[in-house]
Design a protein around this ligand. Sequence first.
Ligand SMILES: Nc1ncnc2c1ncn2[C@@H]1O[C@H](COP(=O)(O)OP(=O)(O)OP(=O)(O)O)[C@@H](O)[C@H]1O
Ligand SMILES: [Mg+2]
Length: 482
Amino acid sequence: MADVKIRNLVKIYPYIDKKPKKGEKVKKTNLQITDKGVVAVQKFNLDIKHGEFVVLVGPSGCGKSTTLRMIAGLEDISEGDLYIDGKLMNAVEPKDRDIAMVFQSYALYPHMTVFQNMAYPLRILPQHITYKFEIRYLNNKLEKIAHIEEELKEKYSNKPEKLQKKLEKYELVKKEAEARITECNGLIDKGEESYFKKMSKDMIDFKVREIAEMLNISEYLDRKPKNLSGGQRQRVAIGRAIVRNPKVLLMDEPLSNLDAKLRNQMRAEIIKIRQRIQTTFIYVTHDQIEAMTLGDRIVVMKDGYIQQVGTPQEVFDHPRNLFVSGFIGIPQMNYFDAKLLKKEDGYYVDINGYVVKPSKEKQERLKKSKVEEQDILVGVRPDHMSITDKGITGRVNVTELMGTTSHIHATVNNKDIIAIVPNDGVHVDYINKDVTFGFNGNVIHMFSKENERNLEFLSEVLASEFRFDDDLAKKQAEHEKK
Ligand SMILES: Nc1ncnc2c1ncn2[C@@H]1O[C@H](COP(=O)(O)OP(=O)(O)OP(=O)(O)O)[C@@H](O)[C@H]1O
Ligand SMILES: [Mg+2]
């Protein structure tokens, strides 16, 4: 495990697209273009804790892979600093960063068996061997010897002299292993964790089998990748990455080549792996379900900028801007034009005559941010809308029966909206009827029409502009020590 500190990380790719001819229409990229080139990642700042699972999520082209590849060392860092366990990594070779990466394309060696694919990184480079692992390895060795001894005793039951000679051969190996276990335990008691050395062939064999067992691929160890299914190949790729006990495991859309069912299964598998290995995870996906279910924290990106960093629940409950509110959550949030009113007893939201009072917490945050009366966009998630007699009325175009719920698609003031309502046995056909939808003040999200920010958090520093103050952090640490 390791902590990862990312400070003002920037990636600028040289501008390679041809200049458009006069009058020629070009599809404009949303990325900033400067004299130096296209800015794919903008001053990215993030502190990742030991063992944390962080997910970078965002639409195609927003800079997720570029950020990950800079952390891995596969891409030069244009500006900024990257620290792993406090060490500056900018100029460190990828192989010396103690990082492993799993790609979308599994990138397995086709001519090697599964076993060889997984053993390969262990064969070529020295590894951090933990004392705990060595103890497991030695205990396994002792078990094997015990087994052999049993067999010999049976085989030479009437030739005691020969048996004695055969057993002697193992006595020394056993003694050595037992002594080493005691030594390892002593080192663990002293707080030592691991040493750095090339693994022996036997140890590699044990390590690969141990990981294969965990990933449920033991039975395929002798097969070549071409004789495996996509999900099995993906497991091998993950296996090859984790045999080395990397301090940081980077994964770039590792599940996107799999079909929906397998993807769900592998997602659960990754959660299990995460519980069993001690590694810091940085995971890239454009799939918000993966982000929500896997991440301790998620980082939502767009056009090279961080939009929001937070726990999945925080990002879902309190999206800091319009983009995040629409990107996280299925089906998408509904939006209504509205007016924010400030009255004596607090704020109100007027949606075409339907007046809702924001909850107490929302009131307090609006007040703290000194929000003025203004035209706003109100966002409400489909699950938070219900059919009532007081609310906003729209014409229903489609209803989708989803079993326990119905998705009702309607048009309200020329805007398409979706409401998810429970099916409680009585099926009502709403098609081509006017239906009134209501919601309460706990579930509304209020966005500025000017800058698309969530008005409750207007006084907060924007995620895209957030910078770490290392001096401040140092002072704080010193203060805490005292
Ligand atoms: N070698 C390059 N030269 C110029 N621009 C590049 C280069 N590689 C990537 N880009 C641009 O940088 C931006 C970020 O790319 P990146 O691969 O990081 O996106 P992503 O978020 O991983 O997207 P996806 O979800 O499609 O994988 C893209 O707009 C891409 O066009
Ligand atoms: Mg990518």
